[in-house]
Design a protein. Structure first.
Lengths: 292, 292, 292, 292
């Protein structure tokens, strides 16, 4: 189980109905192939009777092709009714960031990527407003301005979806993109779109959460990073952050202090996704801890 | 502004429409009578255009009777359209605690009272279940068991209200009392009933919040102490607490870790109320910081 | 891996130098004996090159005696250079609580035990002051008053150690016991004494941490639950809590708000210990998450 | 007390020995000149017997010159033994940022300034390393590279101090500048240099705090923003942040998760300073809440 920072790894994310012996079956599949298991994280949900596992293997132990390994595991998975996916640490995921006019999440994600905290490429930024092009330029990332009106919405969304294909995107990050996506879009990209909602879901779904938070007089405000689903603000939650607030703040003040919660929640969620640490079951996520 | 711990004080809680000069008018009212102002806390809500103030005066500077002071201030308040109340630190408020079967909030409040953290008398505990009588006995507090069925509910509530009068109660604390109060009751006791709801309001109002939190897959659970109003779980919020939770916890596990958030939120709210640090405006509270 | 609440379990805590294949070796030891592994938690410390594991087995799968199982595992452990211990969920650990004059941690622990949050017996409370006897009485627990002066200290400590033997104690909790223990005592009870220090260690070791915190002007105060070792306030940390504080608080005020951090940190640490979720390596602890 | 966002204000920060009537004396000074008091925040430290006040006045009520007002207040202050300073919201403070190789605090501060969260100009960035010049360029801020060796240290520091004068700097922010400043420098700039230390002071003063935190096995790591003083890491604390950490993290992992605490603590401290909300007394700060 020795792991150095430079160690390249394969991560298997596995889920199935819980049953006796499932763990060592999986473990043995890989150790029989002489893999060193760098990490093994598991979760048994006794309420749902489900078993979740993340296995991280030393990639240098791979004697065959990746394709072959996946084919063999696929047979094993079918026999045991496993849902699974495989992820390779030497592949750098490609992320598209969608924004509107607000810049704090964009700045934060790009700064983290430049610092190596988030491992991805960002080949394009898409926006329905021209405002943030200057920031994109300063980070030397192409900026696609696709303004949206009621009439042009479907057409512009198709252009977005085309761009995502064209740029070979793996993950879409809605970094305060203030447009509702069609269910066609969210279905096609299920589990691959992360949105940041500026409230502590399920409180204050929909528009103007800070205004609503002020009116309700809450003593903490929050932010929620979640996978987008066809139902607005109702997809599986990945990460939540809160900030304590007092009576001093107006809706505008709440909005300002809420920014930090938004950037943190989104950054943590994106990092967890890109490190293949998230499993989705029903409307919930299992997020395994980072090991650094 | 010298204050020692033993200094006895009068606190005035004042609210009015914000206007130029209102602060020094109030300050001058008391300094003209040669009062030392021990503390002066204020809040201007520029969004609502309201002004809120808490003045703490040295009681030993009182040259007249309390009645007389209040009469004089009453005239001043009428002239200036102030809402106000006065509170004397040498009076020990009388608190009734209502519980059902769950004991953590009850234990916590009684322990804090015994340690002097919460300054009040608790002349009675009322419950719709017999379970917690042993705890009441160990703290030597009379326990009134008033079981509730659909049929007896109105009649039992009348008995409760009668007990509250009889025991001269100032504040009612619903320490996990699992019965909905009638609007007659909440209206009569407006701003004088504090409830603890086991969720981060406005999320998960109503029954079974931990079950709902599990199903929604939230990453933090919370508790909310608020004044009871005629609309269930919708009264003015005083204090909220959250606890970070992972995928490891079932609804039962969430309930267990949520207890600490409940006890803390309730204790802080009760303490702030008893120290006359709370003002209510519309559905929001202004809670001034404690000074110890 | 099915586990119901009532499932009785054996937990093995294992640590060794990290090496390839160690996980499945351990797993196979138990699955070869047809044990269902209810939980398996692991940690690889790549910095120290150490491997840590907690295996929870279904006790009803045990075909032999406990003694026999332990003997067999002992042989396996020797072959593989494992440090280990075994814990049975049907055994209720026996805890002695030591206090001085301050009651909040004592109240909190006893309330949690009565509510079933902490699973233990408390056959005795020991104190160097008579003050808290009333609380012990209200919970019907024998109270041993052993006053300490400079001269009687060694003699009184011997009495304490004798009582711990006599009552068959498994864990000693210093719930604000304001006496320094001899290194003989802490060595004999290594890893079996949990102390609460009223500061965020390593800040403010020793006496009067709230006074020091006031003088240093910190913006958060904390509490630290740790295993007692021969060096005062320097044993392995189990749990820490902090509370944000403002300039409003004097040393006395800091002490008051610090209480909650103390009770929470101590309760969590005691619960983790009693649920056999803690491993100690050098001066650090591995604390596995609770599964409820 | 009506205040709109665009209202220009004067803030007076006042401190003196606490005495009866001091508040209304100050209030009356300004209301006699027909000033509207937009905010009035106060703190009485009963332990030190000191009184602290922040008065925010409507600048449009100023009938004389700023100079004249300050002269008159100066006479009043002398009579009453007040320490004070005046700050005008229509003046944009000039901030120099000093960095070494680490970029997260720099990115964060510049992004916040561009978003209007922090109101200041940043006319220059100074560094002892060339690494972050690219970031400075992307924000179009001059970058002064002043490498430091043991021999050149005094000479380079003199160059820095000259630059600060030349650029008319009001505040120096050490955003992970890994050089110890001379006491000449810190004395000259007393209360005008904010440093971020990557630990929860007073724990882990000096070099390599994350390594020390790992070795001590703490369960939370922190960051501290404080005014630099002649004693390293011992100046008045402005803001502290903590992050809960588990056994999973190596020193490198602690360093990574600590970044967020560093950026937040530093940003909040800089914002509070630039909004004239901080008073320093002995080695402590009074930080009044923001009102937005």
């Amino acid at each position: 189980m020795l792991k150095k920072d430079e160690t390249k790894t394969i991560s298997f994310l596995i889920q199935c109905e819980d049953k006796k012996g499932i763990m060592q079956k999986c473990v043995n599949f890989f150790t029989d192939k002489d893999f060193n298991i760098v990490h093994c994280q598991q979760h048994t949900d006794s309420y749902e009777n489900m078993y979740f596992m993340r296995l991280e293997l030393d990639l240098s132990d791979l004697k065959t092709s990746r394709k072959e390994l996946e084919n063999e595991f696929s047979i094993f998975a079918n026999e045991n009714n496993l849902n699974w996916s495989a992820h390779y640490s030497d592949y750098t995921p490609r992320v598209a960031i969608l924004v509107s006019k607000t810049s704090h999440c964009l700045y934060d994600l790009l700064a983290r990527r430049n610092q190596g905290q988030i491992n991805c490429e960002v080949p394009l930024i898409i926006s329905n407003h021209p405002n943030l092009e200057k920031i994109a330029n300063s980070f030397r990332i192409p900026y696609h301005y696709l303004p949206v009106t009621k009439e042009t919405k479907p057409e512009q969304e198709m252009k977005i979806r085309k761009l995502l294909k064209q740029y070979d995107i793996d993950l879409v990050v809605l970094a305060r993109y203030m447009q509702i996506l069609s269910s066609d879009f969210t279905n096609e990209w299920e589990g691959k779109i992360i949105n940041i909602h500026h409230a502590f879901l399920p409180a204050f779904q929909g528009a103007n959460p800070y205004q609503k938070a002020y009116e309700r007089g809450v003593k903490m405000i929050g932010a929620t990073a979640h996978y987008a689903s066809k139902d607005l603000d109702q997809g599986p939650i990945i990460e939540q952050e809160v900030v304590r607030v007092g009576h001093e703040l107006t809706p505008k003040g709440l909005k300002e202090v809420g920014r930090d919660a938004e950037t943190r929640a989104l950054a943590k969620a994106v990092q967890a996704h890109l490190e293949s640490r998230i499993l989705i079951y029903k409307n919930r996520t299992i997020v395994f801890n980072a090991k650094h």
